[in-house]
Write a protein that binds this ligand. Structure first.
Ligand code: G1P
Length: 293
């Protein structure tokens, strides 16, 4: 049986340049979809997959993320005085258990591969998950839980969330060279980071959910800079192919690219429509606006 996935790494050191000016003084991971910051969705997805330890790879200007996952005693006492029990419970439940959350700084923005490598000592010698908070996925069963289950069935190894993207968008993603497809799992023959459409081996892209074997750290340690002059996770993964089981999982659900303004607005509408307390109002507003166009 494969080892249980107990730890998740959240790379949150990125500058969020695609979302300026909103992200000048606020981490992009704190942008709210409806009423919750992106990073809280990511943490809830991790918990739903049985993750016990949360490891944030952070950077300068990201302190509000730490505050978000801590108690706010002032706020809690005001809510308690005003008898807002539901909200109080919700806030308290979102604070991880003492000792289960750790922060480590990525001191230079050297890329996703480098960010993951920074978590090496905190992860240790066990398989772990990586969640990119700006890939927000609306699904009945949260995406990481789907991956944990699929990985157990194949007996372990690396597992990446994948989906088809428009061919003209391949330069935004890690792209697979596809092997055999079995149900929702694909074996991977190759991986390339952000290829131009003319060079892309397929239009099957890696989305920001990974379950990785700890051998990745040794590869990241010696990894040369790749696309965008950054140390790429995709390149280190590519070097692991052939050595261990390695699958892409076509997840069930809809993914929103919340690092992008349009994707973020789309996510807000979709998540609001998915909420029973908002659906009718939002639908009426969207219809009203559309009718004036
Ligand atoms: C990262 C990865 C890329 C992956 C993407 C998914 O890119 O490097 O392989 O396809 O996330 O969102 P980024 O969006 O950080 O540039």
């Amino acid at each position: 049986m494969s080892k249980k996935i107990r730890k998740a790494v959240f790379p949150v050191g990125g500058l969020g340049t695609r979302f300026l000016p909103a992200t000048k003084a606020m981490p992009k991971e704190m942008l709210p979809v409806v009423d919750k910051p992106l990073i809280q969705y990511a943490v809830e997805e991790a918990r739903a997959a049985g993750i016990e330890d949360l490891i944030f790879v952070t950077g300068r200007g990201k302190a509000t993320i730490e505050d978000h996952f801590d108690h706010s005693y002032e706020l809690e006492s005001v809510l308690s005085e005003r008898n807002k029990k539901g909200l109080l419970q919700e806030l308290q439940a979102s604070v991880p258990k003492p000792g289960s959350i750790a922060y480590i700084r990525q001191q230079e923005p050297l890329g996703l591969g480098h960010a993951v490598w920074c978590a090496k000592r905190l992860v240790g010698d066990e398989p772990f998950a990586v969640i990119l908070a700006d890939d927000l996925i609306l699904a009945d069963t949260p995406c990481l839980a789907q991956m944990v289950e699929a990985r157990e069935k194949v007996g372990g190894g690396n597992m990446l969330a994948v989906m088809e993207v428009p061919h003209e968008h391949t330069s935004r993603y890690g792209i697979l060279s596809l092997g055999e497809e079995k149900g929702n799992l694909v074996t991977i023959n190759g991986l390339v980071e952000k290829p131009a459409p003319k060079d892309a081996p397929s239009n099957m892209a890696v989305i920001g959910r990974y379950i990785l074997e700890p051998e990745i750290f040794a590869l990241l340690e010696t990894q040369q800079r790749g696309a965008g002059n950054e140390i790429q996770l995709t390149d280190a993964l590519s070097a692991m192919l052939g050595d261990i089981p390695f699958h892409g999982m076509k997840f069930e659900g809809t993914r929103y690219d919340c690092g992008d303004k349009i994707g973020f607005l789309e996510a807000n509408i979709a998540f609001a429509l998915n909420r029973a307390d908002m659906r009718d109002d939002i639908l009426a507003i969207v219809k009203k606006i559309a009718a004036t166009l």
